[in-house]
Design a protein around this ligand. Sequence first.
Ligand code: GDP
Length: 454
Amino acid sequence: DDDVELLQGHETDADGTYLMPALPVLAIVGRPNVGKSALVNRIIGRREAVVEDTPGVTRDRVSYKAEWGGRWFTLVDTGGWEPDAKGIDRSVAQQAEVAIELADAVLFVVDANVGATATDERVVPMLRQSDKPVILAANKVDDAVQEPNAAVLWSLGLGEPRPVSAVHGRGVADLLDHIMTQLPDVSKVAKEEYGGPRRVAILGRPNVGKSSLLNKAAGEERVVVNPLAGTTRDPIDEQVELGGHIWRFVDTAGIRRKVHLQQGADFYASLRTTAALEKAEVAVVVIDVIEPIGVQDVRIVDLVLESGRALVLAFNKWDELGDERRWQLEREIEQDLAHVAWAPRVNISAKTGRHLEKLVPALLTSLESWDTRIPTGKFNAFLAELTQEFPHPLRGGKQPRILFGTQAQSRPPTFVLFTTGFLDPGYRRFIQRRLREMYGFVGSPIVVNMRVRE
Ligand code: GDP
């Protein structure tokens, strides 16, 4: 399987955890019939045709793993949009915009025998203005006689046209050599991925019950799973089996070792929180139900939001919760944690072990949301319906419009809207709310970004 191949040469811990660096991403753009698919197949070394061929805006971009000269990269074919009523121009422009958004470099394919068409000309300024390297492939140059056709494409202002024949393979090696000089070693846009057990950070202010929770979850006999790491390095991770899954609790030394810092305790606590979040995929923020929810709790929750990690809220010491305090608590949650109302809540007692088992479904749900990918077609259907029903309010006689959108990333789901003019922050929040109503995203932050077309 592809992933196994990719892992060769990457470090794997004894316990099977590994970090998969994000491969650099090359996106391929071009109008229909220029030979993109042939070139894709040539690059990935396969002869099979396009993966799927459904008419309409249904086929999403397709990613392939490719290798050249011992270096791996991700090749993304953004050509999934069939031209709609508004035509080829628009679908190629959309490809280009998405490619610029999610790639480290863009491969723009032109049919050298036809020359640059109006459609090609239309995307050229977008490519030229992008801050990504653009490689211009002049395809269908099957022999030396046709080379002058490629040279004409210098006029596009995208640098040297590189003559290739996707069908015959001519020039493809040189093209790939050049592409490799344009791609970074590690992607600047894609994210690295952890393999192995999912990584959980237990966070919360002092004395909320973090170490009690960890001990209860881990079982007393597993207090220090890896003594070696504990003595040599500060942060230790512990592997714990819970609910039939292995979890990796990250950076647990900071929980186990009680540091009683007088001055700057907040500062160090937030440093630790940030460091743990860096390594984690999901955070359990432990809140002490006996104490009023305070700025410190909210600050930790906000650090999770900033980090873009999935979130579970664990309300601890439930065994000590009286009726009166319970009402107060509900009000505090409504007031101070309204902005994370989408996070799953578990009411637990680390001391008695009450409902600790509920932590697992909550973690799984949050991670599933965090991993979610909405296909471009579905997302645009959602946007079309939303903007039809609730158009952006007029502003100074003008109306900013959403041209289309795509989910550029998962972990957390990150959407990009291509618009004419800036959307009001209120309208963006409205879109976020609607997205949650539609797809849930329980336990995961979601991000909606805008790219305003000049
Ligand atoms: P940490 O600083 O967040 O790691 O908190 P600790 O786990 O050290 O807990 C702080 C105090 O709260 C200790 O005295 C614990 O015994 C107590 N504690 C932790 N969890 C619970 C719980 O669920 N119920 C009750 N009643 N006490 C708890």
